[in-house]
Design a protein around this ligand. Structure first.
Ligand code: SAM
Length: 348
């Protein structure tokens, strides 16, 4: 009964409310679950097409002034070997991402005071001038003025996940953060014309399906453009190191329902999913996801950006595998360029 009514709403493009979303997240009926995944896959195809977009991420510093309970690079974690890349090291990594044929580079870090805004502004300008690449920043919370300076310098996308929209849970996980402030940051990013990235973690302690339904509605109401949905994975030395891993199937379901509700958005098949099971990345692409982020952090630092245990170093080979297996193979010139960086592709 309920399901047919919800399905009708989906088919006719009507909005779903919180109880509809909760139903889609909780049903255990095999047939209904399959219908949810195929609706998500269809909407993905209609709204963003079949291409799997590949972006290169450079995790340029693991210093962080914050101490989120779940995160492996929180300030109180003494197991972490800290690094902060120099401008030259970052530029070298950016050039290698470009040589692989990618058009967007994602710069991610902890909240590192060594990389203050004037220094970041210079870096963004240099990347724009030297490579013309699109720049996504994921460097945490800043003032409106700072976001504006970075936007003016040429950054176009910003990824700042809300993590959970349950305020009490947010407060418990973030002893040194404030929900309203994080929300305000996201609103500033939107006002400043960034493509606004958010997302959540699935499997946080005490998180309910109703909380997750609230997250999805939040993404919709905020007009979020990129939504990163990842399972919680314990991180050694963090306060949640003994909390169980988030459920893969639930994470895939959240991807699907988010696609159904938010429609024309970017949804990555996340590194966190790939870290639990390489086929989960394939399944996410079949459940509504349309992008993959490659890890392009220099080899010598990769292991130290351990935001959670056994992080998968997603490379072009694994992205090509996932895309191919999902039935949406990457264009051969992208794969070719990645294997032969810097050479012109011979299409023939
Ligand atoms: N400091 C920036 C920020 O807060 O936006 C960017 C870096 S932060 C490490 C990037 C993302 O890692 C967070 O948004 C969070 O969702 C994810 N993350 C951290 N620890 C995690 C864990 N244990 N399991 C799953 N995701 C985690």
């Amino acid at each position: 009964e309920d399901f047919l009514r919800i399905l009708e709403r989906i088919e006719s493009g009507q909005e779903l409310d919180r109880s509809d979303i909760l139903y889609l997240l909780s049903t255990q009926r095999e047939k209904e679950i399959n219908t949810i995944f195929s609706a998500a896959d269809r909407i993905r195809k209609e709204t963003v097409g079949d291409a799997v977009e590949i972006r290169g991420a450079i995790e340029f510093s693991n210093y962080c002034r914050k101490d989120c309970s779940y995160c492996g690079i929180g300030s109180s974690n003494k197991c972490v070997k800290r690094y902060s890349m120099s401008e030259e090291e970052i530029m070298e990594a950016v050039h290698s991402v470009k040589a692989m044929g990618m058009k967007t580079v994602i710069l991610q870090s902890g909240e590192d005071s060594r990389w203050d805004t004037p220094r970041l502004v210079r870096l963004v300008e240099r990347i724009r001038n030297e490579t013309g690449m699109k720049i996504t920043l994921s460097v945490g919370e800043k003032s409106r003025e700072e976001y504006e300076q970075l936007r003016n310098a040429g950054a176009v996308n910003f990824l700042l996940k809300i993590e959970t929209t349950n305020r009490d849970l947010f407060a418990r996980l973030h002893p040194d953060d404030d929900y309203d402030h994080r929300l305000q940051c996201s609103l500033w990013l939107k006002e400043l014309g960034y493509l606004n990235g958010s997302g959540n973690i699935i499997g946080l302690p005490g998180q309910t399906l109703d909380d997750i339904a609230g997250d999805i509605l939040y993404f919709k109401e905020m007009g979020i453009n990129m939504i990163g949905i990842g399972p919680f994975i314990p991180a050694e030395g963090s306060r949640l190191e003994n909390h169980p891993t988030g459920d893969i199937d639930l994470t895939l379901r959240v991807v699907a329902v988010t696609r159904i509700v938010c429609k024309r958005v970017y949804i990555p098949s996340t590194t966190a999913l790939a870290s639990l099971d390489k086929d989960a990345q394939v399944k996410a692409l079949q459940a509504g996801a349309n992008t993959i982020m490659l890890i392009n952090t220099p080899e010598r630092y990769r292991k130290s950006y351990n935001i959670y245990n056994n992080k998968n170093m997603v490379d072009m080979a694994s992205a090509a595998y996932a895309a191919e297996k999902a039935g949406r193979p990457l264009p051969s010139y992208i794969v070719w360029q990645a294997v032969n960086p810097g050479h012109e592709c011979i299409v023939g």
